[in-house]
Design a protein around this ligand. Sequence first.
Ligand code: BTN
Length: 244
Amino acid sequence: MLSREYIFKNETVSTSSDLKEIVRSSSLPVYAVIIAERQSGGRGRMGKSFFSPKGGIYFSASFPISGSLENAPFITLLAGLYVCKALEKVCSERLYIKWPNDIYLGGKKLCGILAELINNTAVVGVGINCEINSDSCPPELKDIVTSLSEHGIEPPDKKALIAEIVSALDRELYRNNALAGKTESYARQINARFYLKDKNVKIASGEKEIFGKALRVSPKGALVLQTENGEEEVISGTVFRVES
Ligand code: BTN
């Protein structure tokens, strides 16, 4: 089994920023995990902030990639899948992946994932709302987030949960070569948890806005939409509007 260094912090600005700094300044591959009790400047996708008070689970893990980086964006979905699998054991409920990086429970956001690439290393940051009351969140989040405690779920053993997620990703990335192209079985499991299924969505992808009905996630990790021009694949983007 891969040996990993675990670093625990009471508070930091962002575990992902800390880990990126370590990766940036190291001449060797870095296999580390940074865990914090709270973050003062947690970061989400697209330059958004990620509210990170005490009571959440915040960690970042680095995954050096030796082969082609072509499929590296798939790591976000792979991380989402293994976060779901680990949390489903404590929730006894199915969790859903809102393409590409959010995990939903009961129609609200439970967890966000941020994967960043630096020096051929993916730094994957995960934030899980564990013992957080959504009423104490900033007004813009109150109605869209949830937590394990709001569903009556006991807080899991933090270190064990993180180790389970990280070792599952180590196994899939390094032993099972998850990025080598045979991604159909992952895509099948992601599609079994596909939050957007059959919802009408608006996607902002670069300069483009695409409207359509969400069909599935492709083996490459793209969102497949039924648009007025037929099926279209969106490899990266932000989902702006969701209607069932
Ligand atoms: C998102 O919701 O857009 C992604 C949120 C990712 C949050 C995690 S918390 C641990 C790590 N450190 C950060 O600053 N961000 C990630």
